[in-house]
Write a protein that binds this ligand. Structure first.
Ligand SMILES: [Mg+2]
Length: 365
């Protein structure tokens, strides 16, 4: 039997190239807790990316949960028993999906290395080699938005997610500016990050519909599944649930068909195994999937790449932004070419973790 010998935790803060502003926060670093699991003389790596939104966790809370509760129940276990390990973690404490996700991702990387195969082969095999990612356009002026779109187009990017907020006038101008700069063949997605009431959302939908919007993400607060359903049933723009896709809301979203698309985030769902379960649930409900992302290191982006590589009903992707956010990262070998995230084909996650970079960005909690 294989046995997990040791788990190490490394909190890191990786500087962003530019500060990032959305309707819920402003940030200047990717803050992850990197987890290393050792078994059979091999190391597997995963990361928890903590955000008060969407996971409701902080770096300190996740570190403490890992250190005091999760690491002690996972050390000594057989790393192949992924379901049993998830169950043990859920039994010792509910929720706290980000730190559980870091353990689950590190287990997948470890098992891929032990079995000498890429992680996507543990998740159903590969259905695609690459996928375009949206470039995220933050809450900047319409003029700055046009500049950002033009810079991205020069790098071969033709899919954009425009952030919107309560300032409807500027938000709509930002969307218009993005569409005009991006051209008619580009994809424009918008994200309100819970800024509106259901009625206001319908009004905004009528204002942005002329700009050929691929989807509108999370118009109303995450808990307002009634409101989300109302918006979904009263606009022609496809509606995506993001903050409403907490594991405890998923059943209600699906029962009511309160969204057309759901945003599946590895950290929020509690890891790769749980993401595959969410993907199976939405498949039977006729709802499409988006492989989501927050601001984090490439260690989470590469886990996302193995998820969308192995999951046919993930039809949109926003992961893969880490190379554009950081000039230096903790992972080497993760590639985005011509706006398309490449699925690594090496064993495990197929990338090298740079331990010097981890030490450089490490900080004490
Ligand atoms: Mg979102």
């Amino acid at each position: 039997m294989s046995k997990i010998d040791r788990i190490d935790l490394f909190p890191v803060a990786i500087p962003l190239n530019h500060p990032y502003k959305s309707a819920t926060r402003m940030t200047a670093h990717s803050e992850d807790i990197v987890v290393r699991i050792n078994a059979n003389g091999v190391s597997g790596w995963g990361a928890a990316a903590l955000r008060t939104f969407p996971t409701g966790e902080t770096l300190k809370s996740a570190y403490k949960i890992l250190e005091e509760l999760l690491v002690p129940v996972v050390e000594g276990q057989d790393p192949f028993q992924r379901e049993q390990i998830l169950e043990k973690m859920d039994r010792i404490i509910p929720f706290h999906h980000s730190p559980k996700s870091a353990i689950d991702c590190a287990l997948h990387d470890l098992l891929g290395k032990i079995l000498n195969t890429p992680v996507y082969n543990l998740l159903g095999g590969k259905v695609r080699d690459e996928m375009p990612a949206f470039d995220i356009l933050p809450l900047e002026s319409p003029e700055r938005t046009a500049e950002l779109v033009n810079e991205s187009k020069e790098k071969g990017i033709f899919a954009f997610k425009v952030k919107m907020n309560r300032d409807i006038k500027t938000s709509v101008k930002r969307v218009q500016s993005a569409r005009e700069s991006a051209g008619e063949d580009s994809k424009i997605v918008v994200d309100a990050n819970m800024s509106w009431t259901p009625k206001l959302a319908i009004q905004v939908c009528s204002l942005i519909e002329p700009f050929s919007i691929t989807m509108l993400e999370q118009p109303v607060p995450g808990h307002d599944i009634d409101g989300l359903e109302f918006v979904t049933k009263n606009t022609r723009i496809p509606i995506c649930a993001d903050e409403s896709l907490r594991p405890d809301y998923l059943g209600e979203v699906l029962r009511r068909r309160a969204a057309d698309i759901v945003n599946i985030k590895i950290n929020r769902e509690g890891g790769l195994l749980n993401c595959k379960k969410v993907a199976a649930c939405i498949e039977v409900s006729g709802i499409e999937g988006l492989c989501g992302s927050v601001i984090h290191s490439a260690l989470n982006d590469v886990a996302s790449a193995h998820f969308f590589a192995s999951t046919p009903n993930i039809v949109f992707n926003e992961s893969g932004k880490s190379p554009s956010w950081h000039s230096e990262d903790i992972v080497e070998g993760f590639k985005v070419e011509n706006g398309k995230v490449q699925v690594p084909s090496g064993v495990g996650f197929g990338v090298e973790v740079n331990e010097d970079a981890i030490n450089k960005f490490k900080f004490k909690i």
